[in-house]
Design a protein around this ligand. Structure first.
Ligand SMILES: NC(=O)C1=CN([C@@H]2O[C@H](COP(=O)(O)OP(=O)(O)OC[C@H]3O[C@@H](n4cnc5c(N)ncnc54)[C@H](O)[C@@H]3O)[C@@H](O)[C@H]2O)C=CC1
Length: 292
């Protein structure tokens, strides 16, 4: 788990420890805490006991937290002044949420949450939290770094292939009892030989590049940080420092950076204008990185 501790106006990674829960939530620490989890309802799908990130299965930590004497309230009701979450804001100490059904933690909520110490994202990306307000209040914002890196990289690879091969229109034809090969194949291409650029090459971006290597593509990446040259060589990817230089080269652009003040609306008309006509864009990061 990566800890982003809010200090002053800076949010910085400061610790990583699988023992975090054990240390901070163990009964021997003397105090019991009010913990609120916000997840979506899974209804009949919650019968699968391995499906943990829902209201019904509560991340699978209810028994343990309660055995330590903590109060654990779980809800999906998170919007508006009368919602369940709002009732607990004044005295909760820990708020757990996911990017899939985010509890938006605004400056206003932080102001009301006098006991709040920890905002925990059960996933990656804490853009649902007002990080400036959290910093000013001295809160810890933590997320489970690496938790779904493989899932996202595989999903991106699938989307790239689906788009490149023009799969969905062909599938729809078959389902509708039609078959017009020309209609599908005139826009179905090979991935081999194409230039693919990832904007952001952290955990997910790097893994995607590794997964793409056997396809024989030209692999580019833009990131604030350049990989170590050994890793770059192993993956076979080239760093492009200036994003505006990378965009016109790409047949496929994949977005793999967090949503921040800097990246919000980053792909605006001007940036899109620099891309190749007909470029495929896969954005599994956050929708708001694209200007609406
Ligand atoms: N759809 C989904 O299910 C999921 C989506 N995500 C999203 O993907 C994002 C990336 O996840 P990870 O790879 O695990 O994060 P990471 O922190 O390992 O990598 C992010 C990379 O983006 C780079 N970056 C940040 N701001 C930048 C900027 N302004 N310009 C250039 N590079 C910049 C960083 O240097 C870093 O290398 C998350 O922040 C989250 O929003 C993550 C997991 C699941």
């Amino acid at each position: 788990m990566a800890m982003l501790r809010a200090t002053g106006t800076a949010i910085r990674a400061c610790a990583s420890s699988s023992g975090y829960f054990a240390r901070h939530f163990h009964a021997s620490s003397g105090d019991t805490k009010k913990i609120v989890g916000v997840f979506y309802k899974a209804n009949e799908y919650a019968k699968n006991p391995n499906f943990l990130g829902c209201v019904e299965n509560a991340l699978g930590i209810r028994n343990w937290l309660e055995s330590q004497g903590h109060q654990y309230i779980v809800t999906d009701d998170k919007e508006g002044p009368d919602c369940e979450l709002e009732k607990h804001i004044p005295d909760l100490e820990v708020l757990i949420s996911t990017p899939f059904h985010p509890a938006y933690v605004t400056a206003e909520r932080i102001k009301k949450a006098k006991n709040l110490k920890l905002l925990l994202t059960a996933g990656i990306g804490s853009d649902h939290v007002d990080l400036h307000a959290a910093a000013a209040a001295g809160l810890t914002v933590a997320e489970v770094t690496g938790s779904n890196v493989v899932s996202v990289a595989e999903d991106e690879l699938m989307r790239i292939l689906i788009l490149m091969r023009n799969f969905v229109p062909g599938y729809n034809q078959v389902v509708n009892g039609e078959w017009n090969v020309a209609d599908i194949s005139h826009r179905a291409y090979d991935l081999e030989g194409k230039t693919i650029g990832t904007v952001g090459a952290g955990r997910i971006g790097r893994l995607l590049l590794q997964r793409l290597k056997p396809f024989g593509c030209n692999l580019l990446y833009h990131d604030r940080l350049k990989m170590e040259s050994e890793l770059e060589k192993e993956i076979g990817a080239t760093h492009v420092e200036d994003l505006t230089e990378m965009l016109p080269q790409c047949d496929v652009i994949v977005v793999n950076m967090p949503l921040t003040e800097k990246t919000k609306g980053m792909f605006n008309g001007e940036m899109i204008g620099k891309m190749k006509r007909g470029v495929l864009i896969v954005n599994n990061a956050r929708g708001a990185i694209m200007e609406r």
